[in-house]
Design a protein around this ligand. Sequence first.
Ligand code: ATP
Ligand code: MG
Length: 415
Amino acid sequence: MALRIVATQPHPALVTLPWHQPLEEWDGPFLLQLPRGLSRHIVRFVRLEGRRYAVKETREPIAWAEYRLLRDLRRMREPAVEPVGVVTGRQTPDGEDIEPILVTRHLDRSMPYREIFSRGVRPDTTPRLVDALVVLLTRLHLAGFYWGDCSLSNTLFRRSAGEFAAYLVDAETGELHHELSKGQRTHDLDIARGNLFGEMLDLQAGGSLSEEVDALDMVDGLIERYEQLWGELTGAEDFGTAEMWRIERRIERLNDLGFDVDELDIVTDWDGASVRIQPKYVEPGHHCRRLQSLTGMDVEDNQARRLLNDLDAYAAANGLQAEDPALVAHRWLTQVYEPLVATAPPQTLSGLEPAELFHEILEHRWYLSEQAGHEVELFETARDYFARQAGSAADAETESADPVSLATPAEDSGR
Ligand SMILES: Nc1ncnc2c1ncn2[C@@H]1O[C@H](COP(=O)(O)OP(=O)(O)OP(=O)(O)O)[C@@H](O)[C@H]1O
Ligand SMILES: [Mg+2]
């Protein structure tokens, strides 16, 4: 049987990988050791000409189904890992069949939840992870995607201005429908609830999560947050015609949650005394679209919200509110954002996205200003931030001779 590689991005170097060997036996300089969640299948990471991929050995129908679903989700701009291809027809030199492989792009700067917990977490981290999971699940449900196995293990997390942004990594059990029924959504939530509960207990048993965290409270919180968000995004609202401002208010609330309203259904009753509004189509990414249209930057929605706040503050401080927003954004980009990021030492930038770094410096300014009792200048804040970072890195080096960093993958030492 001939080896067959079906790929969305036919990267020639992919052909050079040792497809005739079981994934477990792969060895070579192309392998990367990156943090990975729990999985039934063998998953390994490779780097080919600067690009990183995740390679998963799985059964053929699963590989194809997952590949197609991930393509659909990406096309719909849902947060999911990007599929690259499926490799079938694998055989060892002795003619023994080997399972096919699904290749996805490694999600840059992402962390499996175990990795996050293994570094020790602050008490408010778990609810933030759950929040990110709720947003992901709600977005997928709005898009008509039934996950069937929502869990922390099947999700990857990225930092996003002090919060997390969640991405779907495992679509094996997923189904895409035109729309989900209440029953399908409830079923999906039940699965998420059960999975999350098990994962929390597991973390507690392994000592990575404090026993003080009530796992049951946490999973109930997931359902509650989901219902709240779903209600806000899709629920009908009735009021009298004297309260028409509520339309504007509803749109603002949705924007705050990071959604744009593409279509709002407004119905008045026969005597025109009351009004019912209901969002019909909402689109996530409100802040990132606005930032992108002003600056061309493509970042997580929370990061975009943070940068937009700073941009607004800059406009206000310089009396530019009445100017063309695109010109103001350009000035902010070239006079504040870019020069500030340019002052970062390379080792800081290799571990942190520029937008996340900017957020951290803004946070640091808040902290410094509070201590000083007056607003500390941004570039001065940055100098202090980098100096403290350099200090703590030096301390870490004396404590551990072999620091492991997420940002600097080492060669894989095998599975
Ligand atoms: N594209 C990717 N980028 C980063 N990490 C990835 C990627 N693909 C897979 N991983 C890592 O590998 C782990 C396992 O992947 P996945 O969940 O798809 O495997 P699985 O064997 O199908 O899982 P399950 O046991 O749930 O069936 C993930 O939790 C994630 O940490
Ligand atoms: Mg999985």
